[in-house]
Design a protein around this ligand. Structure first.
Ligand code: PLP
Length: 359
């Protein structure tokens, strides 16, 4: 079989090395005679594995000691509720930046718990741009500011962290580990694992100690950061195989040289693809170049009657899952850490040939 490149937005491509490692250890994990899928999360082997994964993530991201790292379930979507449940602490207002379709979802859920103050709204520009931070209207009574550093569907990515006098909460699902990040600027960082950290079923939450309060009345016990932190994310059975897989992904990133190296590669990959789009007559991407995502590259064809043919031909060329999100249409290439430069080269070559033939 020729090399296949999978541009799925999530669950997404995994590094081949990571899958080979899983395969080699699948039936007998380190001479335990059983699979890592089949053992207690409280046994010594799993404890060692889970602690090593946490330490590797701490090393990669430079997570300060006054932050807990939680390995939870429920996806980023569960955090849409857990954030207000844990951070409002009697407050009635929270600031939310609306910069794309994932912000919209986070906002809808937060509205069930508090008054959501929209401090900037990209809806006005159809989620193609982010207003200058100076122009944001922050409610100083807000318990926190929530934003989405990378909008997976719309292809917008922040190149800065908003600085405000309240905890900053970031849904980093589709950008975590793709570039260096100063964790000390955040109150909470959360991310589903299925984009840049491995398999679905695992959600990593990085939360500053002082934001972990007493359990909140009348809320599900599992939705309290304190329950999870006090029990090392093992109040109940965690998603063990996804935790193991994330550990392998962290190892793989360390082997590549960490987040600085990842950033250099990701920047180059995305530039190559945007430049193919910008230099063509057939393809276009309307996001303000300053805020174009390094991870998710949506683009449309000048004539949407060619969409079907583009998808058929690209599939036959082993370039998979390029169909855009239904809210946006057109195409989307998700090019997370696991996508190698060769995959970008193959896509760019395909696009250029397709344009010559049909454009
Ligand atoms: C994928 C994604 C989500 C949803 O994640 P789930 O794990 O399915 O809940 C939320 N936010 C962003 C930015 C995403 O990319």
């Amino acid at each position: 079989m020729n090399q296949v490149y999978n541009f799925s937005a999530g669950p997404s491509m995994l590094p081949e090395q990571v899958m080979r490692k899983m395969q080699s250890e699948l039936l007998d994990y380190r001479n335990m005679k059983v699979s890592v899928m089949e053992v207690s999360h409280r046994g010594q082997d799993f404890m060692e594995l889970s602690q090593k994964a946490e330490q590797d993530l701490r090393d990669l991201m430079g997570i300060p000691d006054n932050y807990k790292v939680l390995f939870l379930q429920g996806g980023a979507s569960a955090q849409f509720s857990m954030v207000p449940i844990n951070l409002l602490r009697g407050g009635s207002v929270a600031n939310y930046a609306n910069t794309g379709r994932w912000s919209v979802k986070a906002i809808a859920e937060a509205k069930r718990y508090c008054d959501v103050h929209i401090c900037t709204d990209s809806k006005e520009n159809s989620y193609k741009d982010i207003a200058e931070f100076d122009s944001w209207n922050i409610d100083t009574n807000g318990a926190y500011l929530h934003y989405t550093p990378n909008e997976t569907i719309d292809g917008l990515e922040f190149d800065y962290v908003p600085e405000v006098d309240m905890p900053v909460v970031a849904d980093m699902s589709s950008t975590i580990l793709s570039r260096p990040c100063d964790v000390s600027k955040f109150g909470v960082i959360y991310a589903g694992a299925q984009k840049n950290m491995g398999l679905s079923g695992l959600t990593v939450v990085i939360v500053r100690d002082d934001l972990i309060g007493e359990p909140v009345d009348k809320q599900p016990v599992l939705f309290n950061y304190s329950t999870q932190a006090n029990n090392q994310s093992m109040y109940n059975t965690p998603s063990t195989f996804s935790w193991y897989a994330a550990g392998l992904v962290f190892d793989w990133i360390k082997g590549l040289g960490g987040l600085e190296s990842m950033a250099n590669i990701n920047k180059e990959k995305s530039q190559k693809l945007y430049s193919e789009i910008d230099n063509s007559e057939l393809y276009s991407n309307q996001v303000n170049p300053k805020y174009r995502s390094w991870m998710n590259v949506p683009f449309v064809l000048a004539d949407d009657r060619l969409d079907k043919l583009f998808l058929e031909k690209s599939y036959n060329a082993n370039l998979l899952a390029l169909k855009g999100h239904k809210a946006v249409g057109g195409m989307r290439a998700s090019i997370y850490n696991a996508m190698p430069m060769e995959g970008i080269n193959a896509l760019v070559e395909f696009m250029s040939d397709f344009e010559k033939q049909y454009g």
